[in-house]
Design a protein around this ligand. Sequence first.
Ligand SMILES: [Zn+2]
Length: 320
Amino acid sequence: MWLQYRQPPLKYAIQRPQKKICYAEFPFQDRCGPLTDSYAAYPVEPQFDLVFEKSPRIIKDAFCAVDEIRVVKNYHLTGTVAFVRGTTIYFDRQKLFYLLLRKNEEALPPTQYRWTWLSDESRYFEDGSDLEMVLKFTEPNIWGLRYSFASVLIHELGHIIDTNAAFNSRPNLGFFHCEFAHQALNKSDYQSRNALAGYEAIFSDILGVGESSERLRDLDEAGFNSFYGRNNQFEDFAELFAAYIMLEHFGVSYSITKQDEALFDLVTHFQQPALQRKLNIVESIVNYHNLTEAERQAFQADMLACRGDFTPSALPINGK
Ligand SMILES: [Zn+2]
């Protein structure tokens, strides 16, 4: 699980991500302005460039496919941190600054990495104030990367990869479309096996208000990496992709504990049988550049046919 992914140095004749950032008052405003002086202390541009520089090649390719990164006001009012539309990534300005604020995340109260709803004022869990998120790092963060920011950005870049015809022969359906097909065809199977089985349409129905934190144990054993990933196959892929990159590439893991007892642990979660077919797909995508043409064709054929009862059969997985 802790394989280090080292890629050979590559020459990229591309724009740095910071050149693609547009600061705008409104999402569809034509004109981009400079970052206002009052925010000058936030390392927006260096952090975008740092994620690019330190990421595996598939992420660099996704950055290349991005036309613009729009930092706009007031999306947080709808609960949105960031989203992708076409080849534009939108970030809510205030949420972005909030993510970037957290230097030295190893030493922070560990409630906020990725799942901001685990904070004390969580309205999702009745015992939210008893829950703690414990971050674990396999190596020191010598680059000064803001992990919370990186994980949100990599989630959005995951959407770009998921719907990119260069990697996915069914870009409009996403890599996990077989999961959705399986769910539609085996409804009873999906509904009975686990309370966290199939996809649902609305996040607020997936995780309500004042729930028991026991649901985190269900999540630990489920074929989903987060509650949010249950929205649909696209969010499912983006969530798992981001967690995979953060764990396997940046060495960032986490547990959620209640009185020192782990309810959810990312490393054991990644060993769950229900997650393996999705992880196989994610690993294949992350290693896509190392596959031979024949291996890519086998992968795409499996994807098209949802072969092997939705377990891709011909996946050449790095070392596994
Ligand atoms: Zn998303």
